[in-house]
Ligand binder design. Sequence first.
Ligand code: ATP
Ligand code: MG
Length: 443
Amino acid sequence: MLKKSKIPGSAQHIIKTLKNNGYKAYLVGGSVRDLLLFKSPNEWDITTDAFPQVVSKLFEKVVPTGIKYGTVTIIIKGETFEVTTFRKDEKYVDGRHPSNVKFTKELKQDLARRDFTINAMAYDPVDNELVDIFGGQKDLKHKIIKAVGDPVERFSEDGLRPVRACRFAASLGFKIENKTFAAISKTLKIVKKVAAERVCDEIKKLLKTKKPSIGIENMRNSGVLELFIPELVKSAGVKQPEPYHKYDVYWHSLYSCDAAPKENLIVRLAALFHDIAKPECKEGETFYNHEQIGSEVVAKLLRKLKFSNEIIGKVTNLVENHMFNYESSWKDSAVRRFIKRVGLKNIPDLFALRLADCSAMGRKIDNGYLKELKARIDKAIKEENALHVVDLKINGKDVMRALKIKPGPKVGKALNYLLEKVIEDPVLNDKKNLLEMVRSYEP
Ligand code: ATP
Ligand code: MG
């Protein structure tokens, strides 16, 4: 049964206040599902028959966050609660947005517009009433994701729902019910039309789950993956040399992603895509330059999916550098070159990627060499060696003055040239000396 003590006092207060004023109010969606699964809900959505204007008047701090859809956000003691008026969605003309949002007095209609039975339950903690019209509890028990109503119809209304089904399969470890699963391949044309930003949000949520591979494999089998990440589909069946590798490129990528830290989106993305160019680079048993080509493929792919430039920059950097091969024989200058190439702040992520990559080969991991490299990096930092352009004893302004040039790419190139010299020999990092060197620099 549902544990009332797990529900924050403020959420109970909101529901009580609405009810005391003659309205209906319930917790709804993910929070009810998670409470029934004995998990901690990540948010507390409330549904009510009171109109947004009424809700706004009943509480002190209210922000109209989605007023077009009947949603306001109540803030109590720094916590936020989305309160949405009972809605029935009208026709979907484009498979993306309801063409019209209508309020209703019927909770049943509000639940009927929701995607899956396990997400279509409501709970009133004041009267301890659980409303489960579509068999959500039964499906939770059997670990099944099942559309509310006819799945083809429901997916035709909103093409994001199939992507969500795959995401929930991973986050909950559930199976998508047969008819619901079959409906995905029948509605791919609609799925294709969904705004990339919405797909991106679902992928981010998928990558936070314990085993994203479950969701991705569901996406592949239903045809969704082909729409958004066709490169990954191509990696299935691409063999890798044994005994080094146990899996093909596709499964190696998925298992790497599972093995990466789940709270680190950058490493999870890099793990999933680090070998994305292997199919096109395969020549016999080798994949020459796949890290370089892979970083270009990933940049394009993530751009298409509307990931931020910051994320794209970090992920492509990791993919490009994932093949580093440290040996104890590296000179200190080689360690410094490695730091410069990867960027000091990106090294922990690159190491995390390497660990995930190795563990997904189905072999025992020996990370002793990473520990050694880390110790040598720490030594390079301690010695206060210049590792990045900002560590040089002269800056862009000095370069412009010395070369009598205006701001432009030439300045950066000159600084980079100096840094390369200093990395080889740290003694050169002296202002007078660098000025002399830059004066004789020919780009
Ligand atoms: P999570 O725990 O990941 O937040 P959630 O079930 O709360 O999962 P949300 O995206 O936060 O998912 O949506 C809240 C609720 O709104 C869902 O439980 C579902 O009832 C409904 N919902 C969300 N997106 C859709 C959609 N595209 N179509 C139909 N109903 C949806
Ligand atoms: Mg939610």
